[in-house]
Structure formats: C-alpha cells, structure tokens
Design a protein around this ligand. Structure first.
Ligand SMILES: Cc1cc2nc3c(=O)[nH]c(=O)nc-3n(C[C@H](O)[C@H](O)[C@H](O)COP(=O)(O)O)c2cc1C
Length: 130
C-alpha cells in the first residue's frame, strides 16, 4: 500500500481544487475521514475513494446536510492516531471508527483538532487559508 503521506498529498491537492475540506485520520490499520463540501462534489469524491484499491471495506457512517463547515480551511487535515493522544483527548478506547456513531466520529475529530492546535503548532503549516 502507498504511504499515508502520498494519499493525503493527493487528497489535499484534489480537495483544494474541488473546495472540499475535512479530516483524514489513520490508526491501527484504519482510516476515518470526514468530507465537507457541496453535495454533488462530496458524492463524487466519495465515489472515487470507495473505488480506490489502496483500501477496502469502506463504510459510510453518515451523509448529511450541515449548515456550515466544521473544518473550514482544512483541505484535508491529517492525523496519525496514537494511544497517548487518545488518552489526552479523553478517548479511552481503541481507534475503532467503524463501530462509532457519526456524532462520536465528529466529536473525536473536533477534539483532536483542538488538541493539535495546542500541542502540535508545527502542523499549522497544513492550514490553507481559503
Ligand atoms: C483513505 C483514502 C482517502 C482519500 N481521500 C481523498 C480525498 O479526500 N479527496 C480526493 O480527491 N481523493 C482522495 N483519495 C484518493 C482517491 O481515492 C482517488 O485516488 C483520487 O481522488 C483520484 O481519483 P482518480 O484516480 O479517479 O482520478 C483518498 C484515497 C484513500 C485511500
């Protein structure tokens, strides 16, 4: 499988072009992704991702309307999930997003971004101002 770095670079470039924002987390062999954008573009992006042979067993957790973006400015914020970080943001469990509700996935992603701003200021170079 290609590296996480290559996937997220590719995703970031296309998402910037397409006005898609969100987060891509990787840990314990699993990806969790949130995509935001207009309905049709998100559907098309998701359709491409599902067909990508670099991963398998893709599961759609929720497809819903949101009045505004949670990850405005992030063309695809990446996150490598580590146990230490999960404990710090008070997620005392395995990284098993395929078993989580949509609310739990979002809560995880939001808690992570707050934590990252405080603890990983160097990753702010990933922030693209729209
Ligand atoms: C885990 C994962 C996440 C991805 N996320 C995105 C994404 O956010 N946006 C995107 O355009 N492509 C993403 N890709 C890449 C797409 O699957 C696909 O390779 C890319 O959109 C180019 O599509 P094309 O080869 O049909 O032109 C992701 C791939 C993987 C494996």
């Amino acid at each position: 499988m290609e590296s996480f770095l290559q996937i997220r670079r590719e995703a970031r470039d296309i998402n910037q072009r397409d006005g898609i924002t969100g987060i891509l987390a990787f840990g314990e062999g699993r990806f969790m992704q949130i995509l935001e954008g207009d309905q049709e573009t998100v559907s098309q992006t998701y359709a491409r991702i599902v067909l990508d042979s670099r991963h398998h067993s893709c599961k759609l957790i929720q497809f819903t309307f949101c009045p505004e973006r949670f990850f405005e400015g992030w063309t695809m914020r990446h996150l490598t999930v580590q146990k230490e970080m999960l404990e710090e943001i008070e997620f005392f469990e395995e990284f098993q997003p395929h078993l989580w509700s949509a609310e739990r996935c979002l809560s995880f992603a939001l808690k992570y971004t707050v934590w990252a701003r405080q603890n990983r200021p160097e990753s702010s170079s990933e922030l693209t101002i729209a």
